[in-house]
Write a protein that binds this ligand. Structure first.
Ligand SMILES: [Zn+2]
Length: 131
């Protein structure tokens, strides 16, 4: 019996995901079916009103709320490396890995571009449109 069934999708990862697309893709999470509260981690009920939540797609862009450089050893990462909490536009606050070891400043804009091998979201500074 195979333990690596190719047709079985992982269902127990509670972290938000990322779906790539021609329009820049979207972050996948959950949203309350009653009060529309966005949730970044899989929960059984809305933390605000206790109503059911449903899968939802959010914009990949947002504003950095906090960031830091981590110098601790964690599986799959070589310290030092930078992480940030990113408040997605009309979405939840998500933890993202950012480039290098220089934290992106709070208040700056960032865009989620994918998911790392470790399953964490990856973001980069959002390019300003100069026209
Ligand atoms: Zn709710």
């Amino acid at each position: 019996m195979s333990t690596t069934d190719q047709t079985t999708e992982p269902v127990d990862d509670p972290r938000p995901g990322f779906t790539d697309g021609p329009d820049g893709g979207s972050v996948t999470g959950w949203r309350c079916t009653a009060c529309r509260h966005p949730v970044a981690q899989l929960v059984l009920y809305c933390p605000v009103c206790r109503s059911p939540v449903a899968e939802s797609a959010f914009a990949p862009t947002g504003e950095v709320w906090a960031s830091t450089c981590l110098r601790v050893r964690v599986p799959g990462r070589t310290p030092p490396f930078a992480v940030a909490y990113l408040v997605l536009d009309d979405g939840p606050r998500v933890l993202v890995h950012t480039q290098g070891d220089h934290p992106q400043p709070p208040g700056s804009r960032a865009r989620v571009t994918g998911v790392a091998d470790t399953g964490d979201l990856v973001a980069e500074p959002e390019q300003e449109e100069l026209s």
